[in-house]
Write a protein that binds this ligand. Structure first.
Ligand code: GDP
Length: 446
């Protein structure tokens, strides 16, 4: 899914690649393309406007990380904005905290996948949460709609309310509530009638059913393939009933992706599930970041920028380089280096990037350095006095014992750290000879 949007944005960012900085004009050029791409992906116009404004503001204001290209950084900004629009990183869950039977009312147009989704969710609740579920079809318009739910219920092993021909939706709802109470049902799913178009009778019927059943969740089922139409549908439903979430079906198809973005913006409600096929287990909890990654198709770039942002802070590197220039590399500097290595997630990765650091890296490898070791080293430095940190030569045998005790380590661990510090100091001096500050900054930056 989302191929066209992904391709489009890919093209935009190619153009940006290789430029020195995120200039206002660059951002505006990129945003013009983003705007067209979103419109082509069937995102509703007001949503596009808001999105582009947000992203433009963020992108222009931001200082450029030197270790990534401006294009890569814009990808990250657009990615974050999409995730934010889709509801952030938290996974929206069904709220089932109410006295049983908790009612989930399913609403939507005919053919949106409402009946299918009802059975899929019932199956999820039964299998994943051990809930005793029951389903009832209130669709008296479409011939065989109630039969269809019955068949699906048999398929997923969830009870359905027995069909009594000739009953009205409100009568069925009342009967369903009674049956659910009698049978100690945890969750009752009501599959309401669909229509080909939104009309007032449908809305009134829905409201009457809501009045009777007091649903804890009202989920709007929308076909992601219907694009712009889906937005109009969502708007109509949201204006009439208190929606609590959206189910986006046919995400397995050739959806242009716009529906996902618009739906959240228009309803203000989280997309709780994504339908991904006709089979009964083809349903997923909706993950905004996963979808954004798929829209952009650039997950690796996003994580690269994230890493660069948190780990290789150019300012830190430059501060370090300056201190080296003055012939200083103390325990505080080493500590900073260790922190960076930790957040880069790589054993001695930073060291590996620096020529002349092979020896220090070998020393780290020899000490079997992993994350635990990094934490231990940090604790050792933490147990030193400020004076010892700036002048490690002070650490005589007695002091070493104190530091080891304080950090819950052995004296030999303290020695290992001191040895590593010495190797790194030596390497730093070598770098100084090779070109000093500029050389190092170039290595960190670019
Ligand atoms: P309703 O009229 O809204 O109740 O729609 P149905 O649940 O009867 O679904 C209409 C058709 O869409 C059926 O053939 C379903 O199998 C199919 N369908 C529903 N959800 C999905 C989905 O997520 N992906 C795909 N590929 N098909 C779906």
């Amino acid at each position: 899914m989302f191929d066209s949007l992904s391709d489009r944005l890919g093209g935009v960012f190619d153009k940006l690649r290789g430029r020195g900085a995120l200039k206002e004009q660059d951002v505006r050029d990129a945003m013009r393309e983003v705007r067209i791409a979103l419109l082509e992906a069937d995102v509703a116009l007001p949503v596009v406007r808001r999105f582009v404004d947000q992203v433009t503001e963020k992108a222009i204001g931001q200082s450029v990380l030197r270790s990534v290209t401006p294009g890569q950084q814009v990808v990250k900004i657009v990615n974050d904005a999409i995730v934010e629009m889709l509801g952030g990183d938290t996974t929206p869950e069904l709220d089932l905290n109410a006295a049983p039977p908790v009612v989930i009312m399913m609403v939507g147009l005919q053919g949106s996948g409402k009946t299918t989704s009802t059975a899929k969710i019932a199956k999820l609740l039964k299998e994943k949460q051990g809930k005793k579920a029951m389903m009832a079809s209130l669709d008296v318009n479409r011939p065989a709609a109630q039969e269809q739910l019955k068949v699906l219920g048999e398929q997923v092993g969830v009870a359905t309310l027995p069909i009594i021909p000739g009953q009205q939706p409100t009568e069925i709802a009342t009967r369903a509530m009674q049956a659910a109470k009698l049978q100690a049902i945890d969750v009752l799913l009501l599959d309401t009638a669909g229509r080909l178009h939104v009309d007032q009778q449908l809305m009134d019927e829905m409201k009457a059913v809501a009045e009777i059943s007091r649903p804890q969740e009202t989920l709007l089922v929308v076909d992601s393939l219907t694009g712009q139409d889906a937005v109009n549908v969502a708007q109509s439903f949201a204006g009439e009933v208190e929606l609590t979430g959206v189910v986006l079906t046919r995400m397995d198809g050739d959806a242009r992706g716009g529906a996902a973005l618009s739906m959240r913006a228009v309803t203000g409600k989280p997309i709780k599930f994504a339908g991904t096929g006709e089979k009964m287990d083809a349903i997923e909890v909706f993950h905004p970041s996963r979808v954004a990654n798929r829209i952009l198709g650039m997950g690796d770039v996003v994580s690269l920028v994230e890493k660069a942002a948190e780990a290789v802070k150019v300012e830190d590197a430059e501060a370090l380089a300056k201190r080296m220039e003055q012939g200083k590399f103390d325990m505080n500097d080493l500590r900073m280096q260790l922190k960076q290595m930790q957040s880069m997630g790589g054993l001695g990765m930073l060291a590996g990037m620096m020529p002349g650091m092979k020896k220090a890296k070998a020393a780290m490898a020899a000490s079997n350095m992993d994350d635990k070791v990094l934490v231990r080293m940090d604790a050792i430095i933490g147990s030193m006095t400020p004076k010892e940190r700036t002048n490690p030569a002070l650490l005589n045998a007695k002091r070493k014992i104190r530091v080891a005790k304080g950090s819950g380590t052995q004296v030999q661990d303290v020695n290992k750290l001191l040895k590593m510090h010495m190797e790194m100091s030596k390497a730093m001096k070598q770098i100084k000879k090779m070109g000093g500050l500029k050389g190092l900054a170039a290595m960190f930056g670019k």
